[in-house]
Structures are given as C-alpha cells and as structure tokens.
Design a protein around this ligand. Structure first.
Ligand code: ATP
Ligand code: MG
Length: 582
C-alpha cells in the first residue's frame, strides 16, 4: 500500500448492479476463452469485428436499441440504433468497395469524432480492410510517416483536414485514393478525390461481410510515442474476443448502461473501448465530438445520464484542478462506475473520485500492443490506491528478471511481462518484424514497463524501463515522486526525470505545474521540498524542482518525460509527432 492511503473497500450499493465478475478468484481459476468465443456469433468459425459489434445486434433483439448518441462540438445530438449502424456501415462498405478498397488494404482515417468516422472504420472492417485511425490534430509530417510506414492505400478525411493530406501526398506513392467526407461541410470536392456524397448515399443498404477468420488483419494502431518513435501495432479480428470479455468483466457493462469513453480513436483506447468493447456488448454509448472542459464533461454526463465512464489520469488531474465544487455543482448521480487508463493513476486521483462522485476511480493497465485491458481493478475487489489491480482472468502476467525468469517474491521490481496467447495480442509491428520479435523472451511478451507484485497479487507500476531513476544506488519510480508532489495543494501536475550527475549517477529532478491561485515563490519551493522529504525521505525526494507552465504530453495525454529530459540536457528532442501543441 502507498503510505498514507488505506485500502478502499467495495461499496456494492454504489455499483447499482450486480457485478458481472462476482468472484474474481473462481472466475480466474475457471477461465476459458472458448466459452467467451461461444458468447459471440461466429458462424463456421469465422469472426469479424464489425459483425460482432453491429450486425449481430441489428439482426437480433437489439435492432432498435440505441448504439450511438452523438453529440457534436456545438451540442447537436444525433441518435443511431444498431439497425441504423448496420445500414450505414453496409452502405459505406459497398461504397468503399466501389472506390477500389480490398481485403487487407490499409485505410487511414483522419477525422474528428463524427459519426462517419465510426461508419467508415466498420465499413472498412466489413470489407476485410485494415482500419488505421489517426488523430485529426496530427500535422502533415505525422500523417506522412504513418501512411508511409503502413503503405496506406486510402485516406478518409474531411474538407477541413484535407490540406494536411495534400501537403504530403506527393511523398506517398502507396496512396491511391482520398475520400472526403464532404456532406456535413457542403464543400466541393476536387476531381482527383472521391466525395463521400458521391459514393455513400446511393450505395446499397445490404452488404455481405467479407469472410474473415480469427487471424485476419483488422486494425492497426500507432503507439502513443511516449518513449520514442510510434510503432504500428497490427491486430486481427480475434481481438474482439478480448474487447467483449473485458467490456463485460472490467467495464462491467450491463444492458441498460449508458457508457462514455472520452478517448479519441487516434489512440487505441478510443477504438478498443470507444468502439469495440461497448458495441460488442450491445450497449449504448455517447460519443462527444467536443474537446475537454470540466463543465462540458459534467454536463455531458448529466444530459445523457452516463452510468459507466472511462477516462484517463490526465483528465482526472484537470478535473481535480478545476475543483471538487465544480463536480459537486452538477448532478452526476447517474454515474455508477468510473475507470482510468493510459498512465498510472496517482492515489490522490483514486481517492478524489470519492470526494467528487462518491465513487473510487478504477485504474487499469494495458498497451496498444496488448489490444485490451490486461490488469485491472474490478467492481468486486477492494482498491489499493496506486495499484493497477490484478490480471484479467485468462491473462497470466508476471514480474520477470532480465533473463526472463519469473520473480515470485512479493514487491521485487522487474519487468512486467505477459504470457503470449491472449486473443487481442498484436501480431506484428507493421514493417518492423525485428522489433516485434525483440519483444518476446523466454516465453514471455515483454511490456517495457517496470512493476512489482504484492503478496496478494496486486500489481504496482514503477515506470517505463527508460524512466526509472538510479540515484546513489536507489532505484526511484518517477510515478511515486510525481504522486507525492501532486498531493501538495499547490501542484496540479508533475513530471519527474533522472538528471545525470557525477556523484549520484542521477539525481531526481521534478517539473511541476501549479494550481490556480499559487505562485512560483521561494516559500512555495521550500514547502514543496519539505513535503517531499517528509513524504518520500531525503534519498528519493527531488533535488531540483522547476515550476513550468505546461508539461509536454502526447495527444493521448501522457507526460513525455523523455522530452523533459532532452530539454533539460539540451539534447535533440527525437520524435515529437505525437506532442500535443495546443
Ligand atoms: P510508445 O510505446 O510509443 O512509447 P506508449 O507506450 O505511451 O507509447 P500506449 O500503448 O498508448 O503507448 O501506452 C501504453 C503504456 O502506457 C504502458 O506500457 C504503460 O507504460 C502506460 N500505462 C497505461 N496504462 C497505465 C496504468 N494504468 N498504469 C501505469 N501505466 C500505464
Ligand atoms: Mg509503449
């Protein structure tokens, strides 16, 4: 347990539903992926993510159930039932076929969160093509790099974003077709491009899904770029088995839930949990085109009566910064379950959920490469603030040493590893098989993260391999130092690095941003220093603390420590394609 935080017992009342996972130990013991497969609709052993997420509901009892409640940036609402989703995605699949898209073609999506983005991804999956969503905020370079690496044949975009594609299209020999979603903006589309309005509205409303098996390619996601050059992790249709299972048992989907995932599909969370997990479970989800603001988010929860909410630590820290009273001034009583992913969730954040929503926030861990949640806090299990929770049933996670041997002694630090073979495991890094192969050792998939496991099987995140600090012989977790810093009333966010030092090898250096109403004064720094020394001890407390205006983050909201370090040391910044610049 992190010092100062006690275990949070489960409040079954708050859950307002009998949890799908009600006995973790026995469900783990008796886990069988085949029985999950049997809950899906897999005629003749074929499986297609679009069929699992849309058609099987549209052709069954959920046809008239709402699948998507879309809220535009300006607040208009459009509702789509599962039957609507089937019709729209069938039309898109036919239209895409008429535009020359074939099985295994890489189809990129560069679009804001509008319904056509979702229709497009599923239309591509119905064809057996590989869907590759990008952040709409990407500039021309990141777009070029990714399309080049994956030899993308098609880009689907909107008039507003087209100029960024045009800026690099001469350098993209594989790119044959640009499809422009024109009808919402009512723009003329250049002759060399294909207008959505010319191919989709009149397309047939019936499409027979391409025969895809478990190992056929489905989706490609570029990693967040937190530690270096983003890698194109490619997944297969079998991945939906994990999406379905984790949606059911970690996100605890019940048929009447209204779910909201705040992640953009440019990040894997926005597809695995913003498309596939909720829809394979046949539930209703809210999709908001708009960006973050505390008020907008709370109003969205109230307006749509959101029950299950999946967000990220960066957002939680922003909401904390906005103040508990802002949360309390909204009626958020519809919420019953809140989760977070993407970075370690500071214990302060877990506990703040109780203050703001009467609900502890459930952290869980996974990666682009794992395709779905691997380690989680569950509705039935007490939360140990600062822990990522325990492995998903059916997942064997371990702490291993450098030789790939499992370390079974509790609280020993090592590499977090997962036993290969789970359904949503990535199958390659596109055009970089060597790097893919290097991620496996002695029968383990190496995650590149350092962690520990306690005597009860809870996993504790220590840091990225590259981020762990070695100061005078102590191994220091940046996460632990950051968590201590943000407990201080003045600190909104913190990023901690190891700064090379002749004597200590590295010293702990912290960068912090301040909450409103606090100024960068000598007294403040003294108070921060005192707080850290008391909380962490002098060996681990940061030797240097700088106050800065903003921390560099990826578009998925992760603190880029490698950039803090490069800037501190005056070194080249490396790949910054995912840096959030707003
Ligand atoms: P890149 O691989 O390009 O450096 P990335 O690793 O940030 O980027 P993602 O696949 O989006 O790309 O993120 C996965 C990583 O995020 C994990 O390996 C882990 O380091 C971190 N992470 C995600 N969730 C958690 C969590 N709950 N606790 C701690 N770390 C987390
Ligand atoms: Mg990674």
């Amino acid at each position: 347990m992190v010092a100062g935080y006690s275990e949070i017992a489960k409040d079954m009342q708050a859950l307002k539903a009998h949890p799908n996972i009600d006995d973790y130990e026995s469900q783990r013991e008796n886990w069988n992926w085949d029985s999950i497969w049997a809950e899906l609709d897999t005629p003749n052993g074929l499986i297609n993510q679009a069929h699992e997420c849309i058609d099987r509901h549209a052709l069954g009892e959920r046809a008239e159930k709402l699948a998507m409640i879309w809220q535009s940036a300006s607040g208009e609402i459009e509702n789509y039932t599962y039957a609507d989703m089937k019709r729209e995605t069938d039309k898109v699949a036919n239209a895409f076929r008429s535009a020359g898209i074939e099985k295994a073609d890489r189809v990129f999506f560069l679009s804001d969160r509008i319904p056509e983005l979702y229709f497009g991804v599923f239309g591509a999956l119905k064809l057996g093509a590989i869907a590759a969503p990008l952040f709409s905020a990407f500039g021309p370079e990141p777009i070029k790099e990714r399309v080049q690496r994956a030899e993308g044949k098609v880009i689907v975009t909107t008039p507003k974003l087209l100029a960024k594609v045009n800026a690099v299209r001469d350098e993209l020999p594989s790119l044959e077709t640009v499809i422009v979603i024109d009808h919402r903006e009512g723009t003329e589309v250049d002759d060399r491009d294909v207008a959505w309005s010319a191919i989709v509205p009149n397309a047939s409303e019936e499409f027979t899904i391409e025969q895809t098996g478990a190992e056929d390619w489905s989706i490609m996601h570029f990693t967040s770029g937190t530690t270096g050059l983003p890698k194109g992790a490619a997944h297969v249709h079998n991945t939906v088995v994990s999406h379905y299972a984790t949606g059911k048992y970690v996100l605890d989907f019940h048929d009447d839930d209204i779910y909201w995932c705040t992640a953009d599909p440019g990040w894997v969370t926005g597809t695995s949990y913003g498309m596939f997990a909720p829809w394979s479970n046949g539930i209703t989800q809210v999709i908001d085109e708009g960006g973050y603001s505390a008020r907008r988010w709370y109003e969205t929860i109230t307006k749509h009566q959101v029950t299950v909410w999946y967000t990220a630590p960066t957002a939680i820290r922003l909401l904390m910064k906005a103040g508990t009273d802002v949360a309390r001034s909204h009626d958020l009583s519809s919420l019953r379950y809140v989760m977070s992913v993407g970075e370690p969730l500071n214990p302060e954040g877990v506990v703040w959920g109780l203050e703001a929503f009467d609900l502890a926030i459930h952290d869980n861990w996974w990666q682009t490469e794992t395709g779905a949640i691997m380690i989680a806090n569950y509705p039935v299990m007490p939360i140990r603030p600062g822990s990522m929770g325990r492995p998903f049933p059916g997942i064997h996670a371990a702490i291993i040493d450098d030789e790939g041997n499992e370390l079974t002694t509790p609280m020993i630090e090592g590499q977090l590893a997962v036993k290969p073979g789970w359904p949503s495991m990535f199958r390659t890094y596109w055009n970089d098989q060597e790097r893919y192969d290097s991620r496996f050792k002695n029968g383990w998939y190496l995650t590149g993260d350092k962690a520990k496991r306690d005597e009860d099987g809870y996993f504790w995140f220590v840091g990225r391999d590259d981020d762990v600090i070695n100061t005078a012989g102590h191994l220091v977790s940046p996460f632990e130092v950051e968590s201590a810093l943000i407990e201080h009333e003045a600190v909104a966010e913190a990023g901690v690095i190891g700064k090379p030092d002749d004597v200590a090898m590295e010293i702990v250096k912290a960068f912090v941003t301040l909450n409103d109403g606090f100024a960068n004064t000598r007294e403040l720094l003294r108070s921060l220093n005192n707080h850290c020394r008391t909380r962490l001890g002098p060996a681990v407390a940061p030797r240097e603390i700088d106050v800065i205006d903003i921390l560099p983050k990826t578009r998925s909201g992760k603190i880029m420590r490698r950039l803090l370090k490069a800037r501190e040391l005056g070194l080249p910044e490396g790949d910054t394609s995912t840096l959030e610049e707003d």
